[in-house]
Design a protein around this ligand. Structure first.
Ligand code: PLP
Length: 394
């Protein structure tokens, strides 16, 4: 009798899609454990360690007993320092009271979506997009509407795409600049036009700027520098990528004043506060001398981007566009395969290069695209191995 009783999961949890890159990473590590030489180009985090000042400041804070919860909105000193950072880094005037510190930008995304979405509401996003966004929307019983984008719009949403795909149930549009998996930007003017279009329809624009700082051949830019923005713009950011602090789990969002109180209540209930030692570490990484080190790293990523693009070009499989930021390149493999998951698995097994199948980022073109992350310096070697794999397919 007892054996026949089942303990079901919630429907939303049962339907939650896995993050396929974690599966590839697991397979790559298993091969490595067997002694295979693997070049990791699947990993979406900087290969550099966090700047030393982060660990030092976190250690000093813990030694002084600063290991308790902070206010749910974050340490006031950190909110203040971030507001100053917006001033000198992005030339943007930001009120510290509108900054909410979160455990990674993942939590900022969840806070904001929970504050805004009712079951059945729709959220427009590009396809390809950061995979977790679709899942966050799904967990709230809302519906994501994936708009196919291609190289003609730099794999980004535009005002004209918004006009074309607009539906009255849309409550929010989510974009990222630079984006994951494409590394492409949306120009500020386009974002401003999109924000005004949505404001007139009572919808929000969420701009994920987590890869800002890691932009190449142009200055870093935040939409918040625009003083004429309507009050429907939410900006997400993080200490993970530009600051190289993925494991410290610290991010933030800048929201219209009207949302701060509800985000505070949500944070109090969902996680109480972001990790305290990480917040003290973040205070140190916002000092000007740490920024010098981060700028050197940015230049190394830019050099890697150029090396990867050139090596692919010389090997005869040039990507359609040169990414402008982040550390990703999105590559159309339709000449060789219509099944990116099998392509990635065979490439890993035969040549020991780990890439991420496009299916992680959207299904409309995911089967014919893969993501290469230049979070590894063995770039020319990786391209040689990929070329050998492609030759074996023809
Ligand atoms: C576009 C984008 N947004 C948000 C995140 C979440 O990062 P974190 O929670 O480490 O800040 C990621 C992680 O890869 C990402 O690529």
């Amino acid at each position: 009798m007892l054996n026949s009783i089942t303990f079901p999961l919630s429907q939303t949890a049962a339907e939650l899609a896995p993050f396929r890159v974690m599966k590839i990473l697991g397979e790559a590590k298993a091969l490595q454990a067997q002694g295979r030489d693997i070049i990791h180009m699947e990993i979406g985090e900087p290969d550099f360690p966090s700047p030393d000042c982060v660990a030092e400041a976190a250690y000093q804070a813990t030694k002084q007993g600063l290991t308790h919860y902070t206010p749910s909105l974050g340490l006031p000193a950190l909110r203040q320092k971030l507001a100053e950072f917006y001033g000198y880094f992005y030339h943007a005037e930001v009120n510290p009271k509108q900054i909410v510190i979160t455990p990674g930008s993942s939590s900022a995304l969840q806070l904001v979506l929970t504050a805004l979405l009712n079951p059945g509401d729709k959220v427009l996003m590009p396809d390809p997009t950061y995979p977790c966004n679709r899942q966050f929307v799904h967990l709230l019983h809302a519906q994501s509407v994936a708009v196919p984008v291609d190289e003609h719009s730099h794999y980004q949403l535009t005002l004209s795409l918004l006009e074309k795909h607009w539906q009255p149930q849309v409550r929010l549009v989510m974009v990222a600049s630079p984006a994951n998996p494409t590394g492409t930007l949306i120009e500020a003017q386009e974002l401003q036009a999109m924000a005004h279009f949505l404001a007139a329809r009572g919808a929000y624009l969420l701009v994920d700027e987590i890869y800002q700082g890691l932009v190449y051949q142009r200055p870093a830019e935040s939409l918040l520098a625009d003083k004429t923005l309507p009050k429907n713009v939410i900006v997400i950011n993080s200490f993970s990528k530009f600051f190289g602090m993925t494991g410290w789990r610290l991010g933030w969002c800048v929201v219209p004043s009207a949302l701060v109180e509800v985000l505070d209540r949500l944070a109090q209930n969902l996680y109480l506060s972001a990790p305290t030692p990480s917040q003290y570490g973040a205070l140190a990484v916002l000092e000007p001398n740490a920024l010098v080190e981060l700028e050197e790293r940015r230049q190394q990523f830019q050099a890697r981007r150029d090396r990867l693009y050139q090596a692919m070009q010389q090997a005869g499989f040039a990507p359609k566009i040169l990414p402008q930021g982040a550390f990703y390149l999105y590559w159309d493999i339709s000449r060789w395969s219509q099944d990116s998951e099998t392509f990635c698995r065979q490439l890993l097994l035969q040549q020991g290069v780990a890439l991420t199948p496009g299916t992680d980022f959207g299904l409309q073109q995911g089967h014919t695209h893969v993501r290469l992350a230049y979070t590894n310096d063995r770039i020319e070697e990786a391209v040689e191995r990929i070329a050998a794999f492609l030759a074996s397919l023809s």
